[in-house]
Design a protein around this ligand. Structure first.
Ligand code: TLP
Length: 346
């Protein structure tokens, strides 16, 4: 069977042979009793990577984010974030359903919040106003073409929140991509944030799992909320074992995915009726717009690509996303980029 070139997401990655071996031989225990040694090792390693005291292994990025929202908000309070934030757009309203929290989205051109925008979005303390409890930062920002919030800006935004006594949660689903692109450690990027979540199951290619990190008291409470949300797992060391291998195998090579994404963007930008600045591609996510006058809309273009063995995602009538990962080679992006040129020229 012909191999599909799957650019829909970095979540489609399969576990490597080393991950499968580690899973088969993982030492496990009941994690709800705190007795899974492999999960403990993963949590310690993740906490140290993020410069935090503690971490908790969770089944998904969504659960990690929602535990954080529950930790930092009260029902009827507000959460500030960029309008494209995953928590506002792709988590099924969970912050309202599970925590009674309201979003206060801020519009930006490039996805990077300015300190004065956050300052303005914080509600004055008054009997009539909704209290602001949480600032969410997402780095890289998925819907803004995987853009990196630079370390200096992260620290400024955290500073504004701290001045006003507001908690900061970093949705770092792809924080290691951001760190690799910015040339700093993930701990440096996350400095000052009260909680940080990162995914093992995206570019790091583990089959399942994310981690939420913070100080020891916060993570103790996070474990209680994880159980409340149905995320208390038992012998999940089998999954954590793959996560540990993922950190060894994938962290050192993420820049390769950024290079293939940039090359893909250069090729796609040459296709007719495509609006894309390859210079805006900083990590492994390529987003582009299909112009109004194009002979076909984004879903049709994606259907034509599929006929050629290439999978991509259409977001609405005029936007397409392609994501690179360890299973996408330089040759694959050449094929996909040229296929996009042909599809749009046909
Ligand atoms: N992102 C998925 C889709 O949900 C869009 C993808 O294919 O990119 N934060 C960010 C920034 C994410 O991109 C995602 C997943 C999550 C959180 C949620 O992670 P999971 O899927 O593990 O719940």
């Amino acid at each position: 069977m012909r191999k599909m070139i799957d650019l829909r997401s970095d979540t489609v990655t399969h576990p490597t042979p080393a991950m499968r071996r580690a899973m088969a031989s993982a030492e496990v225990g009941d994690d709800v009793y705190g007795e899974d040694p492999t999960i403990r090792r993963l949590e310690e390693r993740a906490a140290s990577l993020l410069g935090r005291e503690a971490a908790v292994f969770v089944p998904s990025g969504t659960m990690g984010n929602q535990i954080a929202v529950h930790l930092h908000t009260i029902p009827g309070s507000e959460v500030i974030g960029e309008v494209r934030t995953h928590i506002f757009n792709f988590e099924m309203g969970a912050m309202a359903a599970l925590s009674g929290a309201l979003p206060r989205p801020i519009q930006t051109d490039d996805g990077i919040l300015a300190p004065e925008q956050v300052e303005r979005a914080i509600q004055p303390k008054s009997l009539y106003r909704t209290p602001t409890r949480l600032l969410i930062l997402e780095n890289t920002l998925n819907l803004a073409c995987g853009r990196v919030i630079p370390p200096a800006r992260m620290h400024e935004l955290v500073g504004v929140a701290k001045t006003h006594g507001i908690a900061v949660h970093l949705d770092g689903a792809r924080i290691h991509n951001a760190a690799a692109a910015a040339g700093v450690s993930a701990a440096e990027l996350a400095r000052g944030c009260d909680t940080v979540m990162f995914c093992l199951s995206k570019g790091l290619a583990a089959p399942v799992g994310s981690v939420l990190a913070g100080d020891a008291d916060t993570i103790r409470e996070a474990r209680r909320i994880r159980k409340l949300f149905g995320g208390g797992m038992r012998q999940a060391g089998i999954l954590a074992a793959a996560g540990l291998v993922a950190l060894d195998e994938m962290l050192p090579r993420l820049a390769e995915d950024h290079a293939t994404a940039r090359r893909l963007a250069e090729l796609v930008a040459e296709a007719p009726h495509v609006d894309l600045d390859p210079g805006a591609v900083q990590t492994n996510i390529v987003f582009f717009r299909i112009e109004e006058e194009a002979p076909l809309r984004a879903p049709e273009a994606v259907a034509r690509l599929r006929e050629r063995g290439i999978l991509a995602n259409a977001l609405g009538p005029d936007r397409i996303r392609m994501v690179t990962h360890y299973e996408i080679s330089a040759r694959d992006v050449d094929i996909a980029g040229r296929a996009m040129q042909e599809v749009m020229a046909a």
